[in-house]
Design a protein around this ligand. Structure first.
Ligand code: ADP
Ligand code: MG
Length: 248
């Protein structure tokens, strides 16, 4: 992201964001509510446009134009190609309620990746094993706990084989006793996969443990961008110190 500005109805929420993320890096994005963290993720997911600046993913430019001018057909193809490289998991898991766990995962594999049903199911079972849900394959979302639903949502996002995964407060809507099972899935993915991961979280010990790099945002700006060691033990910015004091 280069000098990215974004406002909503006159409220400026991103104020010149400059951010380079090398492949495979695991980043924790932290900061107070309303600082613009989700907006950054939504822009990278091409769900949101920008007012000015540049955003590139894997060398391909997105959102150099206004939102309305991207509706031209030539661009839609381009956006679809970029979107295929990025996966996102939200705070509210948004599973398809009328589909089994297995079908929640295979659906996009069949319709987006155009995999044959059998191959999609095989891949989905592997992913559901990875997130520890192989025994829930035939269940429906309503029969699962919040932590289990979120793990299905993670498997579903991974099923599209993204190079980049965005996680937006994926444990914030969960009961405290269910947070650990979701974090341990994320931890495993972070350790084992080559994917680039950008993780918005309020779980500071988790961030400290798995992130290569921690970015602290406040009021639409990146205040501090540093190693977890420095951010959590001797942050250089007063704003970072204040924020960590309020939440640790
Ligand atoms: P964070 O994820 O750090 O809590 P967000 O990126 O969600 O922050 O939001 C930053 C600011 O932008 C907040 O003040 C929020 O209310 C506002 N905002 C986000 N999305 C919209 C939208 N679609 N319309 C209007 N305001 C929005
Ligand atoms: Mg948010």
């Amino acid at each position: 992201m280069r000098e990215v500005w974004k406002s909503f109805d006159g409220l400026t929420v991103l104020k010149g964001i400059d951010l380079d993320i090398p492949p495979s890096q695991k980043i924790a994005l932290i900061g107070p509510s309303g600082s613009g963290k989700s907006t950054i993720l939504r822009i990278l997911m091409t769900l949101e446009g920008i007012d000015s600046g540049r955003v590139e993913i894997d060398g391909e430019s997105i959102w150099t134009m206004q939102r309305d001018s991207r509706e031209v057909p030539a661009d839609r193809h381009h956006i679809r190609k970029i979107r295929g490289k990025v996966g996102m998991v939200f705070q509210h898991f948004n599973l398809f309620p009328h589909m089994s766990v297995l079908r929640n995962v295979t659906e996009a594999m069949v319709h987006v990746l155009h995999l044959p049903q059998e191959e999609a199911e095989k891949g989905a079972v592997d992913l559901l094993k990875l997130v520890g849900l192989e025994d829930k394959i035939e269940n429906y979302p309503a029969q699962l706990s919040g932590g289990q639903k979120q793990r299905v949502a993670i498997a579903r996002a991974l099923a599209l084989r993204p190079q980049i995964m965005l996680f937006d407060e994926v444990t914030s809507a969960l009961d405290p006793e269910l947070v650990g099972e979701v974090l341990s899935v994320l931890r495993q993915i972070a350790i084992e996969s080559e994917m680039t991961m950008l993780i918005v979280t309020h779980e500071m010990s988790f961030a400290q443990e798995i992130a290569d790099r921690v970015i602290f945002m406040a009021e639409g700006k990146i205040i501090e961008d540093n190693t977890p060691e420095i951010i959590f033990s001797r942050p250089t910015q007063k704003r970072t110190q204040e924020f960590l004091r309020t939440i640790l």
